[in-house]
Write a protein that binds this ligand. Structure first.
Ligand SMILES: Cc1ncc(COP(=O)(O)O)c(C=O)c1O
Length: 377
């Protein structure tokens, strides 16, 4: 099994270049917008819950406590328009990256099995296929798969909406078509939805639609059955919990049981205090709204500055990134921004189709975003 080089290592020279010029620029320090790591405090309500559960001498449950699994079900109903989720179909994970990286292995996929993922995508879908010894394949639309035979049909198809890095949202109709297709061909669909609470599209306040990006588990998508479907969610972004490693997978109880069996044997257990903290976070919408408002302000400041500097912003309807191009090679844009003391990620980190784009993260302090905007002016 051959893993790709860790892409961020190749940014080091640009980081040096951007750091070197920063002393003489507004803000005086490197503005690092190359990664999506939250910088605002973990909400007090979540810190308090973690502290309250600090006495944890015994082994936690791999499956998660009942209050936690019920909190996930209630969150799906309240925030995602998914009523009646079976708490038996919920499993906490140690952040979502580990689940993404291990899902093909947990599903016992291997040599000759195809794992599909989007053309421009978070690199861990590909890594997960390789870790299992399965075949990673870009699926650029279902039609592009052509006539299917048993050996060319994916066993697992990843969706990512809102997408990283593009910020593109898949609508209910699109998701429903994928689910229909997947059921006809016996394909498991895993939908990575970790930016669902950070949807920037205008919405009608009187609408009965859920306040977030549509889920693969939405009854308008599934027709009411979660068979063959998994939604992957993380609290890293919505609740500034990247350091807690707080995430879950939910959907088809049969599939979730299969994941649980392996995870029990392998000791892949979310720590008990984190289980308690995650349940508290899922029950509190106020901190999510507060954090979303912070990102909204940063996004509009940065977007105006980026467009003012002549870059075009594509997609970016949701999530924590601006997907931008100057119509040139991505590394040239990385260099152009480094010369202004701003570090960003080239689109090539997410696939060859990102060759002319860069991903600019909104996960920086107000002061850093202000400095970036001033440098671009
Ligand atoms: C699309 C996507 N999936 C999963 C993750 C992993 O998040 P975490 O491991 O913090 O839950 C990220 C993190 O940036 C992401 O962008």
């Amino acid at each position: 099994m051959r893993l790709p080089d860790f892409p961020w290592d190749s940014l080091a020279p640009y980081k040096e270049r951007a750091s070197a010029v920063s002393a003489d620029l507004p803000g005086g320090a490197l503005v690092d917008l190359s990664v999506g790591t939250p910088v605002d405090p973990t909400p007090v309500v979540v810190q308090d819950a973690l502290r309250a559960a600090a006495d944890a001498p015994g082994y936690p449950q791999t499956w998660g406590t009942s209050p936690l699994r019920e909190a996930v079900a209630r969150w799906f109903e309240r925030r995602r328009g998914v009523p009646g989720l079976d708490p038996d179909g919920v499993l906490p994970t140690i952040g979502s990256k580990e689940l993404v990286a291990w899902l093909p292995s947990l599903l016992e996929l291997g040599a000759g099995d195809i794992v599909g993922f989007p053309r421009i995508a978070y690199p861990t879908y590909d890594v997960g296929a390789r870790l299992a010894g399965a075949d990673p394949v870009v699926v650029d639309g279902l039609a592009a798969l052509g006539p299917l035979t048993p050996s060319t049909t994916p066993k697992l198809l990843w969706l990512n909406s809102p997408g990283n890095p593009t910020g593109k949202v898949l609508g209910v109709e699109h998701l429903a078509k994928v689910v229909d297709w997947a059921r006809r061909h016996g394909v498991v669909v895993a939908s990575d939805e970790c930016y669902a609470e950070l949807d920037w599209r205008e919405r009608d306040p009187s609408s009965a639609e859920p306040p977030t990006t549509p889920s693969i588990l939405d009854p308008r998508v599934t027709g009411g059955s979660h068979e063959g479907l998994l939604a992957v969610y993380s609290l890293s972004k919505q609740s500034n919990l990247a350091g807690y490693r707080a995430a879950f997978v939910a959907g088809d109880p049969v599939l979730v049981k299969q994941l649980l069996e392996v995870r029990k044997h392998a000791g892949m257990i979310m720590p008990a205090p984190v289980q308690h903290a995650m349940a508290a976070a899922l029950g509190d919408d106020a901190h999510v709204a507060e954090q979303k408002a912070r990102y909204a302000a940063r996004r509009s400041r940065l977007r105006a500055a980026v467009e003012g500097a002549g870059l075009r912003v594509d997609d970016s309807e949701a999530g924590l990134y601006l997907w931008c191009t100057r119509g040139e090679d991505a590394w040239a844009t990385v260099g152009w921004l480094a010369d202004r003391g701003i570090l960003v990620a080239p689109g090539t980190f997410y696939g060859a189709a990102g060759a002319q784009h860069v991903r600019i993260a909104l996960t920086a302090s107000d002061d850093s975003i202000e400095a970036a905007a001033a440098r671009l002016a």
